[in-house]
Design a protein around this ligand. Structure first.
Ligand code: ADP
Length: 675
């Protein structure tokens, strides 16, 4: 391609008077001057005579700067001269030995070159009519008898010389016209060809003036059209409308441009890859730039032909693909999506943006920034790109990209969207994996708790059953004893009382387990009625007074009076019972304070002990099923009491919580809406 353009440019330069290519004109002034000299150069006159003295005489008469006199001493000689040159006129002696003048004239006429050359026959003193007729017949145009009158001879020759010169001028002009026509045609052809070429072409001379460009070439160097560039400095737009960078992003100074180097004779030859940033659009384009010189006769470059091949799309496609591949590799490298988004952000800030921000939507629906990289845009940022981080069927967040002084186009947008899609997929996969993992952990824990529960439950159930068996056996033994009836009755009464408490314990355990299964299947029915919580608590405390006493503790109740709530009486008793029994179980026999007051529209029930207390990290989990904060061997229990309390209270639209420090006792607070 470059060769074709190179030859084409040279061809353009060969023709003269191009009004279209004004810039070429300066070169042809010298040729034009030479052309004028050519026209005034001496014309050839052929003198043919076998006699030297005659030739001398003719030479003497006709000598002039305007003529170049060539002598021939025979017809043969004359024909040889005519083969080599064009002559304005031939002075031909008729009487010559061998081939005479008439025969010579006949042959002259037959020669292509001299077919129209005028012949003046130089004859004897008085040529007869026959000779004259013969003379005209063979193509002579005039006769001069010997001895000739020098003035007449000079005049006649001058007429033919002038005629020859005029013809010569006309021929010259015709040649020129044909050349111009040829120039116009080839110029039009070239224009059509160049305009159809996809590459940009710019031809300029050493003072940087554009002598030719196609529209594309003009646009590459920052002009709108070829006409706007023509005759202007091709580097006029550099540094303002366009900035040129090399492949590695370094600015290229004007003097280092390929075309400039070509004109300095450095012939960079190799193609250079350059990026040009256009300030009007803020867009970058990539080109393969090659430049070839057009040399003058002395081998010095006087034109540089520069071709710009636009490789923006290929380059961009390759870079985008590479970026996406790298980003995908990063995204696939780990399940820690926070870390991988940070890495992708670094990559994006290096390769596709000056600044980027990756945000994900949190549980509350707000965007949280996960990674911010690059130099934050200040003032007005040109067209930032914002794309969603898309999951399979929902939006997970957003990516923002900014580039200083660069406008993002549709291709950039598509790339950013693809990045958003890939990040979304990776985040979703990671989340899914973490979810599955958490679920698996939960399941494992559930299985573990269940196993623990079964072993605890069987142990818990076995204890009262064993005690029951033991005491009924002991009671039976008493029946067969020979002892005073009163003593036997007393003992049996004691065993029955113990058995009754074991049955009570057993039935409470079974009730708890049944409640849990009811809660699990959503069948914990509540029968709501208006209840004075104060009375209810007092009642439960009364029921437990003996047991409390047995633990060595004391229970105080501090109530404000009637506190009416809408609740299921039985369940509410269960809540107070559970809290109270826990205070007895874990309270270390110390005082138990039960309080009831109102706060705003709520009733606040507190059960406070001064026992072992609960570590901070256990305070939430003890409200879950089977969760205990003490070793099973220390205090018996199924880990269900607080779970049931929480379910009942929440079922009433209330809340339950604990405040405690290990060793300092615990305060459980139940909040219930009052009526
Ligand atoms: P259980 O008492 O049968 O183990 P709960 O659900 O009633 O089951 O209690 C769960 C756990 O909470 C207990 O195992 C115990 O570790 C802790 N806990 C409950 N109440 C108290 C309290 N008043 N003081 C200290 N720890 C307590």
């Amino acid at each position: 391609m470059i060769l074709a353009v190179f030859f084409a440019a040279r061809q353009l330069c060969r023709f003269r008077h191009s009004s279209f290519y004004k810039a070429f004109d300066f070169k042809f002034e010298i040729d034009d001057f030479r052309g004028t000299l050519l026209i005034s150069k001496p014309v050839n006159i052929l003198l043919v005579d076998d006699r030297e003295d005659n030739l001398l005489a003719l030479n003497a008469v006709l000598r002039s700067q305007e003529y170049r006199l060539i002598s021939a001493t025979s017809g043969k000689d004359a024909l040889a001269c005519l083969e080599k040159d064009d002559f304005a006129v031939i002075l031909l002696d008729v009487q010559m030995p061998g081939m005479d003048g008439l025969e010579t004239a006949r042959r002259v006429r037959r020669m292509e070159r001299s077919i129209n050359t005028p012949i003046i026959l130089v004859t004897g003193m008085f040529p007869d009519e026959e000779h004259i007729r013969l003379g005209y017949e063979v193509g002579a145009v005039d006769f001069v008898p010997k001895p000739f009158d020098p003035r007449i001879m000079k005049c006649k020759v001058a007429v033919f010389a002038e005629l020859f010169r005029k013809n010569e001028t006309i021929r010259e002009q015709e040649k020129q016209k044909a050349a111009e026509e040829e120039l116009r045609r080839s110029r039009d052809q070239l224009k059509v060809i160049f305009e159809r070429v996809a590459d940009g072409i710019v031809v300029h001379n050493p003072d940087r003036t554009a002598v030719y460009a196609n529209d594309r070439g003009a646009q590459v160097v920052g002009f709108e059209t070829a006409d706007a560039l023509m005759g202007h400095d091709v580097t006029a737009a550099f540094g303002n409308r366009i900035d040129v960078f090399d492949e590695h992003g370094r600015p290229v100074p004007v003097q280092d441009l390929t075309s400039r180097r070509t004109l300095r004779g450095e012939y960079p030859e190799q193609e250079a890859v350059q990026r040009i940033r256009y300030s009007n659009t803020g867009l970058d384009r990539w080109f393969v730039v090659s430049s070839r010189p057009v040399l003058d006769a002395a081998g010095k470059p006087y034109l540089a032909v520069t071709i710009y091949r636009d490789i923006t799309e290929e380059k961009r496609k390759k870079e985008d693909e590479r970026f996406l591949a790298d980003a995908t590799a990063v995204l696939a490298s780990s399940l820690d999506y926070q870390a991988m988004i940070e890495k992708v952000a670094v990559l994006a800030a290096e390769r596709i943006a000056d600044w980027c921000k990756f945000q994900l939507i949190d549980e509350t629906g707000k965007l949280q920034a996960l990674a911010v990289e690059g130099t934050e845009p200040t003032g007005e940022a040109l067209d930032p790109v914002v794309v969603p981080i898309h999951g399979r069927d929902k939006n997970l967040g957003a990516i923002q990209l900014h580039s200083k002084g660069r406008k993002y186009d549709a291709v950039d947008l598509a790339l950013a969207q693809e990045l958003g899609r890939r990040v979304g997929m990776a985040v979703e996969n990671a989340m899914l994996y973490l979810d599955v993992q958490a679920q698996r952990e939960r399941l494992q824990k559930a299985v573990q708790s269940r196993d623990e529960f079964i072993s605890i439950a069987s142990h818990e159930l076995k204890t009262p059953v064993t005690s029951l068996i033991l005491h009924s056996e002991m009671a039976e033994l008493q029946l067969n004893r020979k002892a005073p009836a009163e003593e036997i009755r007393e003992r049996i009464r004691k065993y029955v009382r113990i058995s009754a408490s074991q049955i009570d314990r057993l039935s409470r355990l079974i009730e708890e387990m049944l409640d849990v299964s009811r809660i699990g299947s959503g069948k914990l029915a509540m029968e709501l009625e208006l209840v004075d919580l104060s009375r209810l608590v007092r009642g439960v405390l009364g029921d437990f007074s003996e047991q409390i006493r047995e633990t060595g503790a004391q229970a105080a109740f501090d109530a404000v009076g009637e506190v009416m709530v809408r609740c299921d009486r039985y369940r509410m008793e269960q809540v107070v019972t559970n809290l109270l029994t826990n205070a007895m179980k874990y309270g270390g026999g110390k005082a138990i304070q039960v309080g009831l007051r109102t706060a705003g529209s709520n009733a606040l029930l507190t059960v406070r002990d001064h026992g072992i207390g609960i570590a901070q990290e256990d305070q939430e989990r003890i409200f879950q099923r089977f969760e205990r904060a003490v070793p099973a061997s220390d205090v018996s229990g199924l880990g269900l009491g607080l779970y049931i309390v929480k379910q009942i209270i929440e079922g009433h639209g209330g809340q339950v919580g604990v405040k405690s420090q290990p060793g300092q006792g615990a305060t459980f607070t139940v909040t219930l809406p009052i009526v």
